[in-house]
Every structure is written in structure tokens, then in C-alpha cells.
Design a binder for this molecule. Sequence first.
Ligand SMILES: Cc1cc2nc3c(=O)[nH]c(=O)nc-3n(C[C@H](O)[C@H](O)[C@H](O)COP(=O)(O)OP(=O)(O)OC[C@H]3O[C@@H](n4cnc5c(N)ncnc54)[C@H](O)[C@@H]3O)c2cc1C
Length: 511
Amino acid sequence: MIDRRTLLVSSASLATVGLLGSRSGIAATVGAGATSADGFYDLIIVGAGTAGLPAAIFASQRGGRVLLLDSAPVIGGTLHFSTGQMSAAGTRLQRELGIKDSADAHFDDVMRISEGSANPEIVRLAVDQAASTVDWLMDIGLKPLPEHPVMGHGHEYYSERRYYWGKDGGRSILAVLTEQFEAEQKNGRIDLLLESPVTALLRSDAGAIEGVRASYDGAERVYRGRQVLLASGGYSSNPALWRELDGYQQHIDAAYPFSQGQGLRLAQSIGGYLRGRSMYLTSFGAIPADESSPSAIKTGFETWPDRRAPWEIYVNVRGERFVREDEPSVHRREHSLLPQPDQRYWIVFDEAMLTRAPSGIKDWSHADIRKAAVKQTVFYTAATLAELAQRTGIDAQGLEYTVRRYNDGVASGQDLWGRQHLPAPIATGPFYAIRMQGFAITSNVGIAVDARLRVIDVRGNPIPGLHAVGEALGHSQTSGKAYVGGMSVTPALSLGRLLGQTLPLKASART
Ligand SMILES: Cc1cc2nc3c(=O)[nH]c(=O)nc-3n(C[C@H](O)[C@H](O)[C@H](O)COP(=O)(O)OP(=O)(O)OC[C@H]3O[C@@H](n4cnc5c(N)ncnc54)[C@H](O)[C@@H]3O)c2cc1C
């Protein structure tokens, strides 16, 4: 029998996960009568995040009886952390602004930017649903920034203006979803259980999924459902899974702490399989808080040449440059960092550059950089290049050779890497280095599904009653081995919504 309880998320629980601006008053309820007469839910959703919330809202609007479980003490998932940048083509906003765009053009751009490495079946589904999702979000109160949509920001540019986000990033989306969710909760068709990780999927003798097991307060409970949706996100906060599934170390810790990859294990436990193992990609990096691994992010350095032409050079631990620093394509810059040891590099410059160049760190003055370098950790300074190399761990001969060759290129106007912006040599001490760390915050490997988002076994047969959506599918499915703008948040929202709108909810139904 289902346990009756109502719990209000405690402020202590919120503090433990450091959740920002979340709504602490959301009641987690079970036993309000959401199950049907036979004690079954129409739909059990594992994860009340980006994909899970719209799935619950739409299934409830269709009269479905829904159980939503989440390991965290709050709803919202990665929306608490995400920049919330969305891409959608053919939206009402675009039409109002006279922008002619289509899902086909969006699809072509995703495949172009990802160099054909995204999954065309899932991308197609996602881009086809994106415009109606953004229209819906705006109908329920989301306000994109005034100049939006834009062609790009931080990632490779789209060919059209189809990129949007609200002033609070992911939390702008969460705010409007929460209102809808609470309204549906009041209808009594949604039960919400927080701090209740799903630990197992239950299967009938015939092989169909018929519920889940979840733990709460040390006790395990069983919940029966005709359909189960894995909307449990990725494994971005699980360094062991990064090593196991991608073969890379997670050097930066910036993702949602509950992104532990449990949904992947649940799918595997009943015959599902994982795909996307060779799709790891690093961002072009940030300045870490310290030299531990994983470390938090301290701040960024402006490495986008269209925003700030680079004065400095970038070198790896061998003291080698590995990309022209003014390479216009962020995709090519990211791919150039991937083969570098630990996806790490140092931004190297001299005193004359520090004085003359615009600061590369937002809200930092030149004096702030000099001050940080005194600590000789993450930020370094030394009278000579050899000494700088010794302090940072960069190979000294490599660094001195590279700087010599770079300076030759500045003098001749012919840089070895083809760099165009060559404002000054690196010649006047003291010299400086800032450590940069590449990292990924979206996990690439995920649960294999078919074109209807049904979890499949290795033979391609769907496991009856089980669907998956969102980052649980692997970011690589919708973005490939690339960062295609908005192609995680929008697909999670759109496809969660699509399943909420379309999954069969009747007693006899099973897909
Ligand atoms: C810092 C950051 C910035 C980002 N910015 C962007 C961006 O601008 N644009 C973009 O497209 N993408 C971005 N992403 C990625 C994007 O936000 C995520 O891929 C997307 O939000 C994931 O949605 P989801 O529903 O799959 O997972 P989530 O939103 O993480 O939801 C999963 C939920 O499942 C719960 N859960 C996990 N395991 C269990 C279990 N066993 N039982 C019960 N519940 C469980 C979790 O607690 C969580 O609430 C960003 C990611 C990060 C970390």
C-alpha cells in the first residue's frame, strides 16, 4: 500500500545542495488519490527536472495519474544550474520579427555544426517540437531577453536567429514550469515524492515494466505504473562514470549534484544499453578555483576572438601552442584542446601585454591579475620564462622555444599557426601564466532509444512500458561531438512535453 505523507522541503535540505533561488514551498505528496482504482499510476516519471516537469504537466492535463519521483529535495533538476539557452526555429517570436526560419534549417544547422555526429532521428524529433515548446513557454510567461533570438553565444553560430533565453537562464524556465506544475498538482492527479531516488525498475514475468522501487528515509517502497519514463538526467556530477564511460577525467565540478547517472544503470539493469561512448568533447575551458581535480570554476577568460582579440598565447604542459589563438570557430578551438594532456593549457603573456591589452577577465583589472599571480597558484608570475615554467609545471625548454618562435612570427607577420592578430611579442618580464581547464558539463553517453523514445535492447526491441528522455539519452544524441547551442535544454523540454502529450495513459495501454 502506498504510504501517505506530505513533506515540505526543509531549508536545511536546500542548503545542503546549495540550490539557488529554488522554491522551498513545493509540497511533496503521495496518497492524494492520484493512483487509479487498481493502485497503478498511468505514468511514473523518474526525475522532476527539465524533461520530467513538462512530461508530468501534459500527462496530468490529459487526465493521467502521474507519480513524479526525484532524488533531490526540490524540483527543477539542472534548470537550477543551466544557462537555459534554447534553440527553436519557426517560433511565433521569429515570425513577429520577420525572421523566416524552419525546423528543416535548424536540423541542417545541427548536423552541420556537429559534423554529422548527432543522431539524426532524435535531432529531427527535437527540432520539430522546438518551436511549439518555446511558444508554449512564452504563453505561460517566459520572457526571452529583449534582443532575442540571436544567432549564437558561446557556441558555433547558427545560420539564423533562433537562440533564446530568459534573464535568469534555466531558472527563468523553471519559474514558469513551476507555476504550471503547481496548478496541476492542485488537480490531485500528480503525486510528487522528493528525496526519493528510484533504485530499481520492476518488470512483469512477460517482460513489461510495471513500476519502480524507490527509497525514502532508508526504507524501500514499491510504486506500480503502466508506463515509466526515465527523465533522470545525465552523470555530469559523477567522476567515476566520466572515467568509465568516456575515458576522461572530470576536472571541473559545475553540474547539478544529483546528475549521477542512475537512470543509465536502471535502463541497463533490464536489458537496455548505452551509446555515445566516443563522443566526449571539452569546452575551451575556464579558470579553476584551485588546482585540485575536480575543482570549482573561479572565473572565465575571454577566449572568443570576436569579443576580444587575443594578445596572449596558449600553451599545453609541454610548452607547445596547439591552436591559433584567434581561430574564429569555437568548435575547432574545442576540438584542438581535446588531445592536449588533461585538456589543460596556460595563457602566457608578459608585463607589457598586461599593461596594454584589455583585461581578459570580466570585472578584473590588470591590478587584480597581478595580485592573483602573487599567490603562484592558478595565476603565476616570474621574472623569467624558465622560472615561470618551473612554477606552473610547464616544460621550460618547450615554453622558451615556443615563445621565441612566436616572437619571430610577430616580427615577420607570419605566425606558424596562421594567427592574424599579432599585436606584440612576449618579451618583457615579469611574465605571467593563467591556468585554464577544459571540461564538459553535459554527459555524452546515454540510454539507447528508438525514434519514439522507447528504451530498446541491443537487438533494437523496445522494452514495453519504458521510455527515456533528456540528458539520460546522452547529450551527444542531439548535439553530437560538438556543442550545438540550446540542443540539450530544448530537446529535454520538448521531448518531455511530447511524451506527456502522447503516451497512452489508459488502463489497457502499453507501448
Ligand atoms: C552549468 C550548466 C549550464 C548548461 N547550459 C545549457 C544551455 O544553456 N543550453 C542547453 O541546451 N543545455 C545546457 N546545459 C545542459 C542542460 O541544462 C541539461 O542537459 C538539461 O537541463 C538536462 O535535463 P534533464 O531533464 O535530462 O535532467 P535534469 O534537469 O538534471 O533532471 C533530472 C532529474 O532527475 C533526478 N534524478 C536523478 N537520478 C534519479 C533517481 N535515481 N531517482 C529519482 N530522481 C533522479 C535529478 O535529481 C534531477 O532533478 C547546461 C548544463 C549545466 C550543468
